[in-house]
Design a protein around this ligand. Structure first.
Ligand code: CA
Length: 429
């Protein structure tokens, strides 16, 4: 083939008739239609954030999110400088359990809850019948999450989740939430401007994460929208749906204050799962002296002494652990349940909360180091008094003939330090 015929063939293959450029004849040279290098997804001026956005864009495309949605919602995005500090803050002093409960189960809040309970019966009743979850518990969740829908948080969820993802510590979690938030916007259900929440991405009156919104939010007032921001009925029905899906046992309690006989062996706290009937054999009774309901009598329950042998004691029912789908902390779930009891008309606890002395981080770490040195297993000495630390403490207390309630008081810190003097002097009493 001569050069001219070859050119003709090439020209015939040029799709764009307006193109006046011939492809070069040298093999391997770039074609004029070669794509320009793509523009960076985000140019925030923060190199780490921009690099994350670039990689996230690819992952989001692979996950099936449309490029047009990503281009629009990621345009002009910058990291929120507040997120890093909020995500890693750690208080020097752990707030004592009793202070936390006294703060959140306040008389003001009980009064508001009782008023709401009466005012909102028109939709609380049907929600309770549909989902089988106590309306008082829903009011408790609502109170704890947003002060009955009054404190929703004004963070742009897209920006918060992008900032959290770019930091990397919780990247997979944050990217899942970001993709879910983008899906909500992409579906047209709610615009970006409505997707506001806490710094951690929890949205609306009952603080749903975007993935939970997609899977679990429901329309409670029948207008066809799942507006957990603007509709209390939607938010509370969504919370009921979440708890029902989490295994809520209809008609059963969540926790009950109990009393124990003198000389009770507290090493069974956070221990075996027994029915109230079996606990009764060990002398454990309802603190109010009433008999167990039929539904409660057959439940598997755990005994806890959150402020030690001197404070109120509780049997936790399976529903307590369902509340922890919201926030996996005993304090939180107990607070929700105690609020619910008060909304329903119950008085304060039979045994008052004791006054607790806050422990400093060095003292908590020293107690854990002492337990390790003495051959017990509290886990990593990180100052977080979790179940491993409490178990180790119970074992040590039991071995020393002390009340084995697993409660790390300032007195216990002193005794532990005295056994392992290298850890420094005992704290002042
Ligand atoms: Ca609705």
């Amino acid at each position: 083939m001569d050069r001219r015929a070859f050119l003709m063939l090439l020209m015939a293959g040029v799709a764009d008739p307006t193109s006046n450029m011939l492809p070069p004849l040298t093999a391997g040279a770039p074609t004029p239609q070669a794509p320009q290098p793509p523009k960076p997804v985000v140019q925030s001026g923060d190199a780490n954030f921009d690099a994350w956005a670039e990689a996230f864009y690819e992952r989001a495309i692979k996950a099936g999110l449309p490029a047009s949605l990503l281009d629009r919602e990621l345009a002009g995005l910058t990291p929120d400088p507040r997120i890093g500090a909020l995500d890693t803050r750690q208080p020097e002093f752990a707030k004592p359990f009793s202070d936390y409960i006294k703060g959140v189960v306040s008389e003001d809040r009980v009064a508001i809850g009782r008023r709401k309970r009466a005012e909102l019966q028109a939709f609380l009743g049907p929600i309770e019948r549909t989902y089988g979850v106590s309306a008082d518990i829903l009011l408790g969740v609502w109170a704890m999450e947003t002060g009955f829908g009054t404190i929703l948080g004004g963070f742009d969820v897209i920006r918060s989740m992008a900032s959290l993802a770019a930091q990397g510590r919780r990247r997979d979690f944050a990217e899942d939430q970001l993709m879910a938030a983008l899906k909500i916007i992409g579906s047209g259900e709610f615009p970006r401007s409505r997707l506001t929440g806490s710094w951690a991405g929890a949205m609306g009156q009952t603080q749903f994460m975007p993935t939970t919104f997609l899977s679990t939010a429901v329309d409670g007032d029948g207008d066809g929208k799942r507006d957990i921001w603007g509709s209390s009925a939607d938010a509370l029905a969504s919370a009921a749906n979440l708890l029902a899906k989490g295994g809520w046992v209809r008609g059963q309690g969540w926790a009950e204050e109990v009393s124990v006989p003198p000389g009770f062996d507290f090493s069974v706290t956070e221990g075996p799962t027994l029915t109230p009937a079996a606990w009764a054999n060990l002398g454990v009774k309802r603190a109010d002296g009433l008999a167990w309901s039929t539904a409660d009598a057959s439940a598997d329950t755990v005994l806890i002494a959150p402020t030690g042998a001197g404070g109120p004691l509780f049997l936790l029912f399976p529903n307590h652990f369902v509340i922890r789908k919201y926030n996996n902390a005993t304090t939180y779930a107990l607070a929700v349940g105690l609020l619910a009891d008060r909304f329903a008309g119950a008085g304060p606890l039979v045994k008052p909360w004791p006054v607790e002395i806050p422990l400093s981080l060095p003292d908590r770490i020293a107690a854990q180091q002492a337990l390790i040195a003495l051959g017990f297993e509290p886990g990593k000495p990180d100052g977080v008094v979790g179940i491993n630390t409490r178990s180790a403490l119970r074992a040590w207390q039991k071995s020393r003939g002390l009340t084995a309630d697993g409660y790390l008081s300032i007195g216990m810190v002193g005794l532990l330090k005295a056994e392992v003097p290298v850890l420094g002097p005992a704290p002042p009493n």
